[in-house]
Design a protein around this ligand. Structure first.
Ligand code: PXP
Length: 264
């Protein structure tokens, strides 16, 4: 299974001081050396971490394919399309959110954007909840693509799975970051985790059987990643926060290598 390393959180640390350090660009060669298959960054409309100049420099310098997450926004796409990243991943975006909460609303409204991206020879992926695979397949058909076209894929949002896992298997529930709606008895959480995992697996299987590129990400960490990496129909995971958090203590190269070993 391929590992895409999301390096946004290096820019988050930089923005905590509003200086030039640490520079996400410095992660590129380390990620390659450590066995990453892809660099992932999210250019948010509010530019809260990754800036336009980061995107330009990263695409120019990266020896690995660059996957850019962005909202379906004209302003963002006008900037990104001429830069020709390997892939654009469309994500929903709300200004007030801490991170991307939930998957895209997959409707025909996305078609003009998808056409534009594909016309520019850039692969496209939709960041979706597990129950939206059928809708993604519908859009692929509408675009005139077939199961042979590798330019269209989906990334399954693993955030719900990750949140349940955290409340079940870590001390999050005893901290101020406890997830209120998941303050539930452990047997209930266990059942929710199994149900969510089964849903991710059946959706990934459906997508894979129909020839979509199947990726997953959000909230994956060293403790929970094995459960998702066991799903054969998923070919790539995009992981950011947990890798950068671990890198603070062991260095980025070791943190990526450890994760890569867990998902082989
Ligand atoms: N994939 C997508 C589409 C995302 O939006 C994010 C978060 O930016 C990630 C993967 C990585 O999530 P995390 O930082 O929780 O590993």
């Amino acid at each position: 299974m391929k590992l895409g390393v999301n390096i946004d959180h290096i820019a988050v640390l930089r923005e905590a001081r509003k200086i030039n350090d640490p520079d996400p660009l410095d992660a590129l060669s380390i990620a390659k050396r450590a066995g990453a298959a892809q660099i992932t960054i999210h250019l948010r409309e509010d530019r809260r971490h990754i800036h336009d100049s980061d995107v330009t420099r990263i695409i120019e310098s990266s020896a690995l394919p660059v996957n850019i997450e962005c909202a379906n926004s004209l302003e963002i796409l006008d900037f990104l399309l001429p830069l020709k990243p390997s892939r654009l991943t469309l994500v929903p975006e709300k200004r007030e959110e801490v991170t991307t909460e939930g998957g895209l609303n997959v409707s025909e409204k996305l078609l003009p954007t998808l056409e534009k991206i594909l016309q520019n020879d850039i692969d496209v992926s939709l960041f979706i909840d597990s129950n939206s695979v059928e809708n993604a397949l519908f859009l692929r058909d509408k675009l005139g693509l077939t199961s042979k076209d590798s330019s269209f894929g989906i990334e399954l949002h693993t955030g719900k799975f990750a949140n349940i896992f955290l409340m079940l298997e870590s001390n999050l529930g005893r901290t101020q970051h406890a997830i209120k709606e998941l303050e539930l008895p452990r047997n209930k959480l266990r059942k929710m985790l199994i149900d969510e995992l089964n849903l991710i697996e059946s959706s990934a299987n459906l997508a894979c059987q129909n020839g979509l590129g199947v990726y997953a990400g959000h909230g994956l960490n060293y403790q929970n990643v094995g459960l998702i990496a066991n799903i054969d129909s998923i070919s790539e995971l995009n992981i950011g926060q947990s890798i950068i958090a671990r890198a603070v203590f062991v260095g980025l190269e070791s943190a990526i290598k450890e994760m890569a070993r867990l998902i082989v």
